[in-house]
Design a protein around this ligand. Structure first.
Ligand code: GAR
Length: 201
């Protein structure tokens, strides 16, 4: 499986994926890492391993579709077959999705369909949820919506702040994302509408 990663910032999920590959628990390679923002820390996880990086700035494109066509072009040129959104803070359109059908994967820090969109951990706290977690899912045209490939629950503690809750969820993100990608690499995931056979747990 040849992965292209899209990031916007810290890149800790990218780092978890790269470490899983180095440990041999994920049989894949990351061929290119693209950020929509310049100089983000996540890019260093790639450059320090001599993985190709690119910054593709939305301001240089007329609209979302135009931008996504440029992303798809870069990913295709790099030989990517699977696109991993690892903390990518943009909505992607069919201009990208049609190029990689059922091969664009996202991670979200909540148990979807609860708390989609921004600040999922804050939403969970404000709602008074006792359980939240992490979801890895295929991306479709709606935000945080596509078929669910894997989830892990995380209990909310009464003394949690947004930061402490996000940190515990992040630990599970780093476990779940490489594990789900390995299932994809093994061809063990079978998509039937919204239902997925072979997902996690
Ligand atoms: C992660 O918590 C990820 O789940 C979240 O952004 C963070 C990125 O961290 N993504 C979303 O909220 C997408 N809706 P990272 O850059 O360290 O991987």
């Amino acid at each position: 499986m040849i992965i292209g990663c899209l990031i916007s910032g810290r890149g800790s999920n990218l780092e978890a994926i790269l470490r899983a590959i180095e440990r041999g628990t994920l049989t894949a390679s990351v061929r290119i890492v693209i950020s929509n923002r310049p100089d983000v820390p996540g890019l260093h996880h790639a450059t320090s391993r001599a993985i190709e990086t690119a910054v593709v700035r939305p301001a240089d494109y007329a609209d979302r579709e135009d931008y996504d066509r440029a992303l798809a072009q870069r990913l295709r040129t790099a030989g990517v077959d699977t696109v991993v959104l690892a903390g990518f803070d943009r909505i992607v359109t069919s201009a990208l999705l049609h190029q990689f059908p059922n091969r664009v994967v996202n991670i979200h820090p909540a148990l979807l369909p609860a708390f989609p969109g921004l600040h999922a951990q804050r939403q969970a706290l404000q709602h008074g949820a006792r359980i939240t977690g992490v979801t890895v899912h295929l991306v479709d045209e709606q935000v945080d919506h596509g078929p669910i490939l894997g989830q892990i629950a995380v209990a909310v503690r009464e003394d949690d702040t947004e930061a402490t809750l996000a940190a515990r969820i992040l630990e599970e993100e780093h476990r779940l994302f490489p594990a789900v990608l390995q299932r994809m690499a093994d061809g063990r995931l079978h998509i039937d509408g919204r239902r997925v056979q072979g997902g996690l747990p």
